[in-house]
Design a protein around this ligand. Structure first.
Ligand SMILES: Cc1ncc(COP(=O)(O)O)c(C=O)c1O
Length: 367
């Protein structure tokens, strides 16, 4: 099973001039709009021009910077950390893998709160690391007492949070992350912030007194629209970053990947803010459309997707979506998410079609 949180091969991108309300591409697979993938719906603005510059200057007969220092300097400037506090790898999945390779493994236990990112469970399995799962509360919150109990009982070497969480969209509670850092000084506390750019709440990077055992993991696959380039990074204390690099082959992140990432990260911050606020606005609009349909439960989301519960049998809903040419992700196999689906923000038009598809199952009027 692929550890990536995708259902199939990457969607082909097709020009769809009438579907560009968000300023991005419509991810379509044949006739279907892919709202089941949780990648970004648009790439960094002006990326193509900057790519031509960055790649045009690249000396491909040479190895690139073996520890991606220029890229880490760019990330340092954007994140307010030093370059030696930044680890980079081929996607945040590879960052998590490196963390498990150095700090996990046989005989060491990790702990995560579910429902959450299913890829982590597959990755722990692949990296031979036992994973203790602790159930979240009814609104997918982590109850501090339950966290405290689980941390004391399981004595994990790794504790995973996801801020905001996939697939629930809920931000983590900074007090609970702090508590985990304090109660388990022997553990690395890893906060997966793959979707943090869409989130109104602060990054856990900004926790008071930045705990030494905290690692924040980020991705360029979502808000930067760069899933195909495979770039992820971790923000952590320099000793942790040095440990992660010690386990990574020099040159693991190719010169081409580094150049593509630098090109994306040079996006005008005003343009990036405009793209992100477009996604947030459409998230609010889609939530309103779905909430207006009888029998549909929609959870508040701080990510670029929405979690909702189908008003009828999920099979019927997926068929109805197919008729409206949208694909959503069935996440009902996770405990606590029975009958639930996740829809990633794509375009205004795709949201409208999803609304019609869900309304048809609810037996109501089409919205
Ligand atoms: C929470 C979370 N973390 C990590 C990843 C992996 O992302 P990537 O390896 O593309 O950076 C995903 C992808 O879906 C995700 O949802």
């Amino acid at each position: 099973v692929s550890v990536y949180d995708v259902t199939g091969p990457p969607a082909a991108s097709a020009g769809a001039p009438d579907l560009r309300a968000l300023g991005g591409r419509d991810e379509v697979d044949g006739e279907l709009t892919r709202m089941d993938l949780n990648t970004g719906s648009s790439e960094a603005s002006g990326l193509r021009e900057r790519l031509a510059e960055e790649l045009g200057d690249l000396a491909l007969e040479q190895y690139g910077d073996e520890r991606a220092l220029p890229l880490r300097r760019t990330l340092a400037a954007l994140s307010g950390r030093a370059a030696d506090e930044i680890f980079v790898a081929n996607g945040s999945m590879a960052v998590l893998e490196a963390i498990l390779a150095s700090y996990g493994g046989r005989g060491r236990r990790a702990l995560a709160f579910v429902p959450s990112y299913a890829g982590l469970q597959r990755l722990c399995h692949a990296m031979d690391t036992e994973l203790a799962l602790v159930a979240r509360g009814p609104r997918f919150e982590i109850e501090p007492g339950a966290a405290q109990h689980a941390l004391a009982e399981k004595r994990p070497r790794l504790v995973f949070f996801c801020h905001p969480n996939n697939p629930t969209g809920r931000p983590e509670d900074a007090a609970v992350v702090s508590l985990a850092c304090r109660l388990t000084p022997q553990a690395l506390v890893v906060v997966d912030e793959a979707y943090v750019e869409f989130c109104e709440e602060r990054s856990m990077q900004e926790l008071a007194d930045r705990p030494e055992n905290l690692v924040v993991v980020r991705s360029l696959s979502k808000a930067w629209g760069l899933a195909g380039a495979r770039v992820g990074y971790a923000l952590a204390g320099a000793p942790i970053v040095a440990t992660l690099f010690a386990g990574q082959l020099p040159g693991a992140v190719s010169a081409v990947t580094q150049a593509v990432a630098r090109a994306a990260l040079r996006e005008d911050p005003v343009e990036q803010a405009r793209r992100i606020s477009g996604v947030r606005a459409e998230r609010t609009r889609l939530a309103r459309i779905l909430r207006a349909i009888p029998g549909v439960q929609v959870w508040p989301s701080s990510a670029n997707f929405l979690l909702f519960r189908s008003p009828g049998p999920v099979g019927q809903l997926l068929e109805s979506c197919a008729r409206e040419r949208v694909l959503v992700r069935d996440v009902g196999d996770q405990p606590g998410l029975e009958g639930c689906l996740r829809a990633t923000i794509a375009t205004v038009e795709a949201s409208d079609r999803l609304g019609r598809a869900v309304a048809a199952v609810a037996g109501g009027e089409q919205v």
